[in-house]
Design a binder for this molecule. Structure first.
Ligand code: NDP
Ligand code: GDR
Length: 374
């Protein structure tokens, strides 16, 4: 049997890296599109990198950008993929308010460019297409929990761009008979999550504070509610969606929701810190109430480790998201295997190890700077 060929945009991101690993394990030849950057941006896939000089290498990277239709067409023409996973995006909701036009171009038009390139090359009957759609489409929620039929009300330039991408994917399925699917994925995280998304900001920030590398975690709206899953479970689902007889759209979620404050509390607990929240609104603070074990040598009872900074509030917030994954369970037999609590523990452990390494180097006089850019 000839091996299947997949092309992943956003291969250097959280999901792209897990999906590439998953597809390589399944025997695929995997091609990924990486952006040119002034510093290396392939850390998440370095462990699966194969020297292109090796005969029969199964993991190949191509320079490209979703804003450049000529390079997308060239790569698609070379690769002739059986499956395209469009995971590339300016994926930060808060940043999309600061760079709305760029976000619209890459997240919205970028999807059209890929679909149109597939059609232009006459691949529309061969190539199956997965679009990374998002629970942000629900925005100002009209129904709890949210399912495939819940109306959309996007609340950010990111979500509006992703709404265009959602509908153009549906349109190419209906107009040209393409096998094109939307995965409406709720938040999913991992130790590979970008450092400025809320869960990773919390686990990394608290681990750094516990090791004396930072003083305080500055947060936005900690009352916000999210349905968090693990990226590993969610990329498995992305693949499953492209293996059906008929293309369709699915909500992927855990069906359980927690607050950002709760995620902070769990993360602190994994470091042996009991936190007490006092005050309210922008004056709320998180204070160390008790310390157990030796994971937080730099802290004392009474230290203020969490503060609210209005800079992290968004011009329009998505207050609550809770998904109903019944359709994915019934049609695809998918269920998430990793709970949010297990994921939080894994993320804290990974960030604590890294913080310990930095603290040790600092103790021995090496010049260590930890980026606190949020
Ligand atoms: P990341 O931000 O970790 O990864 C985004 C990827 O897109 C990176 O590889 C990035 O490259 C690449 N990228 C950014 N801009 C461009 C561009 N102009 N051209 C080509 N590639 C580009 O996101 P995730 O892995 O978390 O998410 C994957 C996809 O799923 C995204 O589309 C996101 O919007 C969507 N999504 C994510 C959810 C989540 O909770 N994680 C939930 C629902 C949807 P570089 O590494 O160089 O920055
Ligand atoms: P989100 O994820 O906007 O849901 O988008 P993020 O982790 O950025 O925010 C989740 C919630 O936490 C609140 N919050 C903060 N967020 C950040 N980043 N930093 C803070 O300091 C902070 N304090 C509170 C936010 O206001 C928000 O309510 C993610 C991305 O992966 C999208 O690409 C994806 O489509 C959606 O998830 C589903």
């Amino acid at each position: 049997m000839t091996k299947k060929v997949a092309l992943i945009t956003g291969v250097t991101g959280q999901d792209g890296s897990y999906l590439a690993e998953f597809l390589l394990e399944k025997g695929y030849e995997v091609h990924g599109i990486k952006r040119r950057a002034s510093s290396l941006n392939t850390q998440r896939v370095d462990h699966i990198y194969e020297d292109p000089h090796i005969e029969n290498a199964r993991f190949k990277l191509h320079y490209g950008d979703l804003s450049d239709s000529s390079c997308l067409t060239r790569i698609l023409s070379q690769v002739q993929p059986d499956e395209v996973y469009n995971l590339g995006a300016q994926s930060h909701v808060a940043v999309s308010f600061e760079a709305p036009e760029y976000t619209a171009d890459v997240d919205g038009m970028g999807t059209l460019r890929l679909l149109e390139a597939i059609r232009f090359l006459g691949l529309e009957k061969k190539t199956r297409f997965y679009q990374a759609s998002t629970s942000e489409l629900y925005g100002l929620v009209q129904e709890i929990p949210q399912k495939e039929t819940t109306p959309f009300h996007p609340r950010s330039p990111y979500a509006v761009a992703k709404m265009y991408a959602y509908w153009i994917t549906v349109n190419y399925r209906e107009a040209y008979g393409m096998y094109a699917c939307n995965g409406i994925l709720f938040n999913h995280e991992s130790p590979r999550r970008g450092e400025t998304f809320v869960t990773r900001k919390i686990t990394r920030g608290l681990a750094n504070i516990a090791q004396g590398l930072e003083k305080c975690l500055f947060m936005g709206n900690i009352d916000s509610l999210r349905d968090w899953g693990h990226a590993k479970d969610y990329v498995r689902m992305q693949w499953m969606m492209l293996q059906q007889d008929k293309a369709d759209d699915f909500v992927i979620a855990t069906g359980v929701q927690y607050s950002v404050r709760q995620f902070i509390t769990w993360s602190a607990e994994h470091l042996g810190i009991k936190l007490r929240f006092e005050g309210c609104g922008v004056d709320e603070i998180g204070i160390v109430d008790a310390i157990e074990g030796d994971n937080a040598p730099a802290l004392n009872v009474g230290d203020v480790v969490v503060r609210i900074d209005p800079r992290y509030f968004r011009p329009a917030e998505v207050e609550t998201l809770l998904g109903d994954p019944s359709k994915a369970k019934a049609v695809l037999g998918w269920t998430p295997e990793i709970t949010v609590q297990e994921m939080c523990e894994e993320m804290v452990a990974a960030d604590l190890e890294s913080a310990r390494r930095h603290a040790l180097l600092k103790k021995h006089g090496f010049d260590v700077s930890v980026s606190t850019e949020r």
